[in-house]
Design a protein around this ligand. Structure first.
Ligand code: PAF
Length: 302
């Protein structure tokens, strides 16, 4: 396949490196990361090891060849709309897959490019951009994918991801999987960003944090119901969060990485989204609203 990875941050770089073992991969990235990959290749360590020569460009307009079998979007959730508009305008593709954090992204996909040829993906991989050109693949996690309109291409992609060493499976309820991962992110990401600690802190301080964690989880469960999604019992979700915090204990969550770099975070697509959904039907969401306000206040202060 000819694959375009749009957004070569930490996670995008992991997918680009792995997929380049069997496919022709081209990446879009900017700044020093772009310069470094162009100069000395993309270096991965940890769950993925090696130096990968990926052809990179700073924008779609610079591409020599503009037709792809697969476009993989790994930008921040707040850049999804712009990315989709640019992709629609500047290139042609057979399929498009997303691997991003965030809730409510299906609405954006639907609004800009529709559902057909779209594979929704969520990933439990954890990675950090250590310095330009170098990514630490801290945890080799599972990627769960599903075509938004039934299409066997998702099964083919599962096979391809597995064959390059990325654990993957086809979802039998993608909306539920999106809410499950969203709930994990609504707990781990803002708390680690506020505490300025790696993910393992959630498990280490479980008893101290339990009221906040349970409050966020209960509200996520309620908000998911608005989409007709039953996330199961609060205990199942708490176990999932504990498990992700343990398995990614050495990772700095993406929100902590953003805060440390003085960048915008994905809070609008996580806790703020959950709070707004509940408030839109007249319910209160004090835990998610508080985390939304705290992270908004921290953005830009490094
Ligand atoms: O956003 C993140 O950092 C990741 O989704 C996860 C899985 C919480 C690991 O840090």
């Amino acid at each position: 396949m000819r694959v375009l990875v749009f957004g070569m941050g930490a996670i995008g770089s992991v997918f680009a490196a792995r997929l380049s073992k069997r496919h022709e991969v081209v990446g879009i990235c900017r700044g020093e990361h772009y310069e470094e990959i162009k100069r000395s290749g993309l270096k991965l360590r940890g769950g993925t090891e090696g130096t990968f020569s990926i052809r990179v460009y700073r924008s779609l307009k610079e591409l020599d060849e503009k037709t792809f079998d697969l476009v993989l979007i790994a930008t921040k959730s707040y850049d999804l709309k712009q990315a989709l508009k640019a992709i629609k305008r500047d290139i042609t593709f057979s399929y498009l897959m997303t691997v991003q954090n965030g809730l409510g992204l299906i609405d954006i996909l639907e609004e800009v490019i529709g559902r057909s040829r779209v594979i929704y993906g969520i990933t439990y991989n954890a990675a950090v951009l250590v310095r330009p050109g170098v990514v630490d693949h801290v945890f080799l996690g599972e990627t769960v994918i599903k075509s938004l309109v039934d299409d066997p291409f998702d099964e083919y992609l599962v096979k391809e991801l597995k064959s390059v060493g990325l654990p993957a499976r086809k979802s039998d309820n993608i909306l539920k999987d999106i809410w499950l991962k969203g709930t994990v992110n609504c707990v781990i990401n803002p708390l680690t960003a506020i505490l300025r600690e790696k993910n393992g802190i959630i498990r280490e301080k479980w008893d101290l944090l339990s009221d906040v964690v349970s409050g966020v989880v209960t509200e996520c469960l309620e908000a998911a119901k608005i989409d007709g999604v039953d996330l199961g019992s609060p205990q199942e979700l708490l176990d999932l969060i504990k498990d992700v915090s343990l398995r990614t204990s050495e990772n700095r969550s993406s929100m902590l990485q953003d805060i440390l770099k003085g960048r915008r975070t994905e809070i609008e697509f996580l806790n703020c989204y959950v709070a707004s959904r509940l408030e839109s039907i007249g319910k209160r969401a004090p835990y998610n609203r508080a985390l939304c306000a705290l992270i908004r206040s921290m953005e830009g202060l490094s």
